[in-house]
Write a protein of this length. Sequence first.
Length: 97
Amino acid sequence: MNKDDKYAFLALPLLPVRLNALEAAWYLGFQPHEISILVAAGMLEPLGHPPANTPKFFSTESLAELRDDQKWLAKATDAISTYWRRKNGQKRTGRNS
């Protein structure tokens, strides 16, 4: 999907009640790959009890509450930064060994 798809989706007068990970990322202002990081960190909860290897869906109502919560946004941003700091630190450690 391209930028035009993103802006067309966000301009809908009424969003669907259930969003996939890509749509949730657009709605929250995160990158699509960051949604799985937030789920793994316990910062986002998908609907139902989906197995690890299946698509996740999120409640638009729950996302709207999170989107308006500045403290949650700061924690989510920190969780993503921490993830990448650890991931990049593992790469450096692997190269030095």
